[in-house]
Every structure is written in C-alpha cells, then in structure tokens.
Design a protein around this ligand. Structure first.
Ligand code: GDP
Length: 392
C-alpha cells in the first residue's frame, strides 16, 4: 500500500524519517511521499531522510521558528493559519499514486498534538482517499501537561481521521535508557510493525504473487468504519534456505520430509499468531470486542502456508468475537517469519480511561494553581489599606 506520510511535530517528523530509512533498507515501497511539518526550525533541521523541500516550517509569524512549547492550542492555531504552506508541499507530491494519507504525531506535545487533527480535517475535506492517523501517547512519567495534551488531542484526532492507530510510549519505555536512545528503539519498533502491515499490500514487480497475498483494499477495509486501532506483532528467525528449499519443493526432492515441514510451518504460524495477539500491543487493550482484524504473515514463501494462516485467522475470530477477520501472506526474502495483527475498532482500553482521569486531575490542578497565583500576585502588588494608587 502506497502512503503519503506527513509527520507533524518532532516525534511525527522523526518517525516518518525513520519510515523512509525502513523503506530503503527493506525495499518495501510504502512511502510514496514524506513531508515533515513543524513550528520549530531546529527539529526540521535534525531530520535525515526527508527531502529539504518537503520540510515545512509553520507559525513563523507567531513563534519565529522556536516551537509552541507544548501549547497544543497554539499548535492547532498555527496549523490552521499556515495550512496553505502545508498544502503547497502536498500539491507537489503525486497524490493520484497514493492509496492513503498517514498523519503521524506525538499527542503529548504542542505542534503535532494540536496540528495533526487540524491537518487531518483539512485533508479529508479535499481528498477522497482515506486519511489515517498514527498517534503516539506520552509516557506516564512525562507529567500532567503532556497527559492533558494527549487526552485532548486523542479526542480530536480520532474524530478527524478515518482511523487512528495508536502507539503508547508508556508500554515500550525501557528503564535505564537515555530518553533519546529509548526513542531510537521505540521508533524502530513502530516502523517495523506498521512497515510489515502496510508493506503487505505492496508486492513489487517480479515478486511472487500468491493467491492469498494481502491486498491494500483489505487493509483499507479493515481500517474503514473508523475508531481506534492497535497492532500486535511476533516474529521468529528462520534460515533463508538459499538454493535448496524452494527448488526441492517444486521438484519433489524433499520427498517424505515435506509433510513434516508442512506441519512445522503450520504450527509455527499458529503460535506466532497467538504470541502477536496476546503479547505487547502498540496500544494495550482487551482484544475481545474488536470490530475488525487483519492478520498478515510475512516471510519467505516456503515458510508460509494457507493452513497456518487459516487456523490463525479462525483463532483470532474466536478470541476477538469479530466476524470480520481478514488474513493473508506477505512473501518477502527476510530470514524471519513474522505475524502482524491489526486490531481495528477496539473499545475496551483501560489505558485511555486512565489517561483521561489523570488529564482531568491535571486540568483541575492547573486551574487551581492559576487562580492561586493570581490572588498571590494581587496580594503582593496591592498595599494593605489600599492607600496607593497606580499611575494610570
Ligand atoms: P511537538 O514537536 O511539539 O509536536 O512535540 P514532540 O513531538 O517533541 O513531543 C510530543 C510527545 O511525543 C512527547 O511527549 C513524547 O511522548 C513523544 N516523543 C517525542 N519524541 C519522540 C520520538 O522520537 N519517538 C516517540 N515514539 N515518541 C516521541
């Protein structure tokens, strides 16, 4: 599936930058165009792969290239004021060759948190292709203001996109890591999971196209209907079997071993599917009640079989209670078999409820503190008996 990716704010830009790197490394061909939008000039300069002409600085008149300082209302305002600048960059990309937009942002900050929903709304008004969001939740240790920003951005972003895929930094935080080093790893995890998922619908020329291969319309159908999505993933290393495996299967050289191989292959797939669904999701949630799901099995084609995928799909149907579970192959010559599961329309997400609670507390605290400091200032400035008068 070919995407036009727009990274909004620092996290968004870095993640899209990383997607380009992933595309380069794996030849997956999912990023048809990449744009970064930011109100902070330094963040745009720090990107490595996004072309200079696709880096858009907004809000210059208001914040002079210094960013909005975690004020997401200001982030939304400058995005609205300078939406034409963003549109100019989008005009320069071949949108007719694109299956969907993906707007990526960290929801805890200012520029991306406020700007990404504004851009999504704008894109949906102009284009007929789907507009998806990839929103990153802040770690719980980042503090009240980030939580409040994320809770408000989440509500708005979900409403403005065709589907919001969520990644929770909190579940992926590693102790003892520097923040930057931690993000490196987290961003790699993000592009790997979403790369396999979106890469599935993008089998290149000359690649083997099996009947059961995932098509981009299946990804789009799984995401249609809106709501919130999460992605599960599990992988296992395998030998790339250069020369032997594939050929021997066609010529029948492997003889009696073939049955054993088929059983192993099926078992490997079914256990990977379970691990992916029950392991760490990009957004932790209860998978029961998921509206739609897509199971993608990626790996060398000799390690993929229809029986395994079919069993995995059935099992997912039972676990989620969904009647709409799609599944298929993504043949690629990497020394691993991987299961990526897109769970779309999840509703039982305690993490979001907790985020909202903390956000409301933070909001109340901020109001109290502001009122108190206004009172304190008045007490300081005014003389006790009100005997002095200001000049004007
Ligand atoms: P903005 O530039 O004002 O949009 O704000 P940032 O993108 O810098 O930060 C928003 C939130 O994104 C932070 O609270 C972090 O939770 C998260 N974040 C920042 N950088 C990264 C990153 O490289 N990767 C990930 N996964 N999250 C990040």
């Amino acid at each position: 599936m070919k995407l036009a990716m727009i990274g909004f704010g620092q996290a968004g830009g870095k993640i899209v930058d990383r997607f380009l790197d992933y595309d380069d490394r794996t030849g997956s061909g999912i990023v048809r165009a990449a744009i970064a939008v930011n109100s902070a000039k330094a963040d745009l300069m720090g990107l490595k792969n996004i072309p200079q002409e696709n880096r858009v600085l907004i809000g210059q008149a208001r914040v002079k290239g210094h960013g909005v300082g975690a004020d997401n209302e200001l982030g939304a305002e400058v995005a609205e004021e300078d939406i034409d600048e963003v549109q100019n960059a989008i005009d320069a990309i071949p949108t007719h060759e694109v299956d969907a937009f993906l707007v990526v942002a960290g929801m805890g900050g200012g520029t991306g948190s406020g700007g990404a929903p504004v851009l999504a709304k704008h894109l949906k008004r102009i284009y007929t292709i789907p507009v998806y969001g990839l929103g990153v939740l802040p770690g719980t240790d980042e503090g009240g203001i980030y939580t409040l920003n994320a809770a408000r951005s989440f509500q708005t972003f979900v409403r403005e996109v065709d589907n919001l895929m969520v990644f929770d930094n909190d579940s992926w935080r590693q102790t003892g890591e520097s923040v930057e080093g931690g993000y490196e790893q987290i961003n790699e995890e993000i592009v790997r999971r979403f790369g396999i998922l979106f890469g599935a619908g993008e089998v290149g020329d000359g690649q083997e196209v099996a009947e059961s291969v995932v098509d981009s319309s299946e990804i789009i159908n799984t995401l249609s209907g809106g709501g919130v999505s999460t992605v599960g993933f599990a992988s296992e290393e395998v030998d790339l079997n250069t020369g032997g495996g594939l050929l021997s299967r066609f010529t029948g050289d492997a003889g009696g071993d073939d049955n054993l191989d088929a059983a192993n292959t099926t078992n490997r797939i079914t256990s990977l599917v379970r691990k992916a669904a029950l392991g760490r999701l990009t957004l932790p949630c209860e998978i029961e009640g998921t509206e739609r799901a897509l199971l993608v099995l990626a790996g060398p084609s000799e390690y993929l079989n229809r029986k395994g995928i079919e069993r995995g799909r059935k099992w997912l149907e039972e676990e989620t209670g969904s009647m709409e579970v799609r599944g298929g192959d993504y043949p690629r010559e990497e020394p691993e078999v991987a299961a990526a599961i897109l769970l779309s329309g999840v509703t039982n997400v305690p993490r979001i409820k907790r985020l909202q609670q903390v956000a409301i507390e933070a909001q109340d605290n901020i109001d109290d503190i502001q009122q108190e400091s206004e009172e304190n200032l008045e007490e300081l400035v005014e003389d006790d008996e009100d005997e002095l008068e200001p000049l004007f």
